[in-house]
Design a protein around this ligand. Structure first.
Ligand SMILES: Cc1cc2nc3c(=O)[nH]c(=O)nc-3n(C[C@H](O)[C@H](O)[C@H](O)COP(=O)(O)OP(=O)(O)OC[C@H]3O[C@@H](n4cnc5c(N)ncnc54)[C@H](O)[C@@H]3O)c2cc1C
Length: 392
């Protein structure tokens, strides 16, 4: 996503930009829900991608209790979109000739005036600048700054997106139209509506994005990363290979604590899990290599801000390069502007993560943890717009 954003913004300042993606097929079908922010909407507009049929508009958020009764609500209009929709809008900004599937970055060489990028199959390309937009496990960053590694937050999420048509009428009526919170001790269950398959926004054809945060230490995570065939994975397991005994245990645990509406959702989705990591690179620029999006810094997902940051990084990079005759000065300006912002966003994610009570080290952590034990505070802080610079 940050690669497509970058290419779109660089073209606007008159640069030639090509995107090299390791996947051999177009990236479709990643069903995850994405909350939007004003910054993301602006980046989509300015990049030329636009916001056509972006997602489901909701009016408010609610908190429910174990019996499914509403115990709090807050008016907050938001658009909830999906990874697929954003990918389609951004992909449409690129001519096929400049989008190269099946290119896995292997290494980069620099000579002061440009880069030579080598791909795993032996091909190489020369360019003025390489923009590493290859996500939280960035191979570009691994070469430029090998010491920087994402840090496990001590918790993970179960996720899934049941179809609206499969849910009970009671679920559709009471929680489906809203951003819903259910907050048992040291856990969070969140849900919100997103488009159905092929961006279907019609009532009855949408899905409900469900996220269940649970605490688990590194050893537990390692055990979860053994798949159905007994193979150990490093960070997570592809959804179809998540072990059946884990899913059975997760469902049994849910029976103990969940309100009926979320149990209904769990009964109708294929669950998979994602461990939560974060980090921020102390530098976004290494010679003629710049990092953007999750490759540069990646926050815990409590703000739902990753896409907005990807768009803003890309835009700032193009503005900095467009505003300087000298490429190196432009890159230095980008680093100056965006690196501190990336770090602030990561810090903010950690602040919101204190709700789960993991590794509360400072007085500030404990104060934030205490504040977030109130469901009204959670509705005020989680995935809300304009959060930067706000203090509890
Ligand atoms: C659980 C969870 C929930 C989230 N919720 C939200 C939300 O609600 N709102 C929001 O805005 N953000 C959310 N995010 C964050 C968002 O998904 C990311 O910030 C966003 O995808 C960053 O995009 P990116 O392009 O930088 O990285 P990625 O999306 O990871 O893309 C990296 C790309 O690089 C490719 N690649 C990797 N290695 C190589 C290589 N060696 N060679 C070539 N290509 C390579 C990959 O195939 C991929 O296409 C969430 C994240 C998580 C984990």
């Amino acid at each position: 996503m940050s690669g497509l954003f970058t290419a779109a913004f660089l073209r606007q300042i008159g640069w030639d930009a090509d995107v090299y993606e390791r996947s051999t097929v177009e990236l479709v079908g990643r069903g995850a829900g994405i909350t939007t922010h004003p910054e993301l909407l602006e980046a989509l507009q300015k990049s030329g991608a636009g916001t056509r049929d972006l997602g489901v508009e909701i009016e408010k958020r609610i908190t429910i209790d174990r019996d499914g009764r509403v115990i709090g609500e807050k008016s907050l209009p938001q658009i909830l979109t999906s990874w697929d929709r954003l990918q389609r809008l951004l992909r449409d900004t690129m001519a096929d000739a400049h989008y190269h599937l099946g290119h896995t970055f292997a290494r980069v060489e620099q000579d002061g005036s440009g880069v030579v990028v080598h791909f795993a199959d032996g091909r190489c390309e020369r360019a003025d600048v390489l923009v590493g937009s290859d996500g939280i496990r960035s191979s570009v960053r691994a070469q430029c700054a090998p010491a920087i590694r994402p840090i496990y937050a001590g918790y993970y999420i179960w996720r899934g997106a049941p179809r609206e048509a499969d849910l009970e009428p009671e679920t559709c009526e009471s929680i489906f139209p809203y951003f819903t919170f259910f907050l048992p001790e040291r856990q969070q269950v969140l849900g919100y509506p997103i488009a159905g398959l092929d961006n279907d926004l019609r009532v009855g054809h949408r899905r409900y994005n469900v996220i269940w945060y649970r605490v688990g230490d590194a050893q537990e995570l390692r055990d979860m990363c053994v798949d159905e065939n007994g193979q150990q994975h490093e960070y997570s397991v592809p959804p179809p290979l998540v072990r059946k005994d884990l899913i059975a245990q997760m469902r049994a645990d849910a029976e103990e604590i969940m309100p009926p509406q979320f149990l209904d959702c769990l009964d109708h989705m294929q669950p998979f899990f994602t461990p939560i990591f974060d980090f921020s690179s102390g530098q976004f620029v290494f010679g003629r290599v710049a990092l953007v999006g999750d490759a540069a810094s990646s926050a815990r997902p409590h703000m739902g801000f990753g896409m907005a940051k990807a768009g803003d990084d890309a835009r700032a990079l193009a503005e900095a390069l467009g505003g300087h005759d000298d490429i190196d000065e432009g890159l230095a300006a980008y680093n100056r502007i965006r690196q501190p912002i990336g770090e602030r966003i990561v810090r903010h994610g950690r602040k919101l993560g204190t709700h789960l009570g993991v590794d509360l080290r400072s007085h500030e952590d404990r104060t934030m943890w205490k504040l977030l034990q109130d469901h009204r505070a959670m509705m005020d802080w989680i995935a809300v717009p304009n959060f930067l610079g706000r203090d509890p």
